[in-house]
Design a protein around this ligand. Structure first.
Ligand SMILES: C[S@@+](CC[C@H](N)C(=O)[O-])C[C@H]1O[C@@H](n2cnc3c(N)ncnc32)[C@H](O)[C@@H]1O
Length: 358
């Protein structure tokens, strides 16, 4: 007799999916905590150990660590041997959870869930009344963003991003002028300034907190070719001063992105090059159905990128503005020879090279 196939019950399947989502969301919070407390880094270097040994090694409170280990163990992140009550972080998991695993450290990205959770009340209010929340409403945003971009941009700056425009590398080597529009804490620009000492680099951002940190770190690094300015890139009036412009993850959350693009265009010398990293995806929701990170992108957009733009009376473009609209807006700003690129295995970023005609 042929065994009867179990009929999948759509309601039960959906309930299961939602329960997985609840557990996944809980694990995201605990993974963020594991990153911030250094628990993953500590465990990656330990043999199977008790909660007391792990807490001591990490310099943390045992009771909290034990509860965290409960979530990690039942969530399939940490392995557990009831005999001796020993926990272990398998190396295959450590490869995505520790600082040493960067640029593949997914635990660092989990911090966004906690950052966004902290502003839920304000966002709910925006759903009712419109408007948005300013950057200053997001505790730790700039620090988390800097960690994120160290992976998404820093991790492929010299191997992938710059080689997209070999003439840019030659210009930077020879000693041109370059600027980063919406530079945040400026770590990408610092790597560039270290690598190309003959080139002058300027970082612009209108948020005082990251600019102060960027300038302090540049001073400590003793880099005379690097400086940072507190500037609104939508209102700046730099004229044909730059050979190269960069924008890393900083166009879509502008209040007035088309104005910013016009100002980047104006700031470049004829023949200048604009190198961009933006969020990967298409401009229409139906084209993003198979994007493995689409729910995350729309969520970050709704709870941060779109909201910070709307808080300034901006257009609220959002992180899911998509490659098609990005190409259109670059073209409307006057850029030509616009090309888009994705790095193999990278689900998060799309890179663009755009040129100002000679
Ligand atoms: C998503 S963060 C990216 C920061 C940085 N590029 C990175 O990759 O870590 C966007 C940045 O753009 C800055 N920004 C947004 N609108 C701006 C404007 N009109 N002028 C200058 N900076 C702006 C924000 O303060 C924030 O630091």
């Amino acid at each position: 007799m042929v065994p009867q196939m179990m009929e999948a019950n759509p309601a039960e399947m959906f309930a299961g999916k939602m329960m997985d989502t609840l557990n996944g969301a809980a694990l995201a919070m605990m993974t963020s905590i594991g990153h911030r407390t250094g628990l993953f880094d500590t465990m990656a270097d330990m043999l199977p150990a008790t909660s007391k040994e792990i807490a001591e090694a990490a310099g943390l409170n045992e009771r909290y660590v034990r509860e965290w280990l409960g979530a990690m163990t039942t969530g399939g992140i940490v392995a557990y041997n009831p005999e001796g009550r020993r926990y272990m972080l398998p190396p295959e998991h450590a490869a995505f959870l520790t600082r040493a695993s960067a640029p593949n450290n997914i635990a660092a990205s989990m911090q966004f869930i906690a950052v966004l959770g902290a502003v839920e009340d304000g966002i709910v209010e925006c759903f009712r009344k419109g408007g948005g929340l300013p950057y200053s409403a997001y505790a730790r945003f700039h620090a988390v963003m800097a960690e994120e971009s160290a992976q998404t941009v820093g991790g492929k700056l010299f191997d992938f991003i710059l080689p997209l425009a070999p003439d840019v590398m030659r210009t930077l080597e020879a000693g041109g002028r370059a600027a980063d529009f919406g530079c945040g804490m400026g770590r990408t620009l610092r790597s560039l300034a270290e690598c190309y000492p003959r080139c002058e680099f300027t970082g612009f951002d209108f948020s005082p907190e990251p600019i102060a940190i960027a300038q302090r770190e540049a001073n400590m690094g003793g880099l005379p070719n690097l400086r940072f300015e507190l500037r609104d890139v939508a209102t700046m009036d730099l004229d044909e001063a730059l050979d190269v412009a960069f924008a890393f993850d900083s166009i879509h959350d502008q209040a007035h992105p088309q104005r910013m693009l016009a100002n980047v265009y104006r700031a470049l010398k004829p023949g200048g090059v604009f190198l961009i990293q933006e969020i990967q995806g298409h401009s229409h929701v139906h084209d993003n159905l198979n994007h493995p990170l689409a729910p995350f992108v729309y969520t970050v957009s709704c709870m941060h990128c779109m909201s910070v733009s709307l808080s300034q009376g901006g257009m609220g473009l959002g992180a899911a503005w998509g490659e098609e609209l990005a190409m259109q807006m670059l073209s409307a700003a006057g850029f030509t020879q616009i090309t888009r690129h994705r790095a193999q295995g990278d689900l998060q970023s799309t890179f663009f090279v755009a040129r100002k005609p000679q």
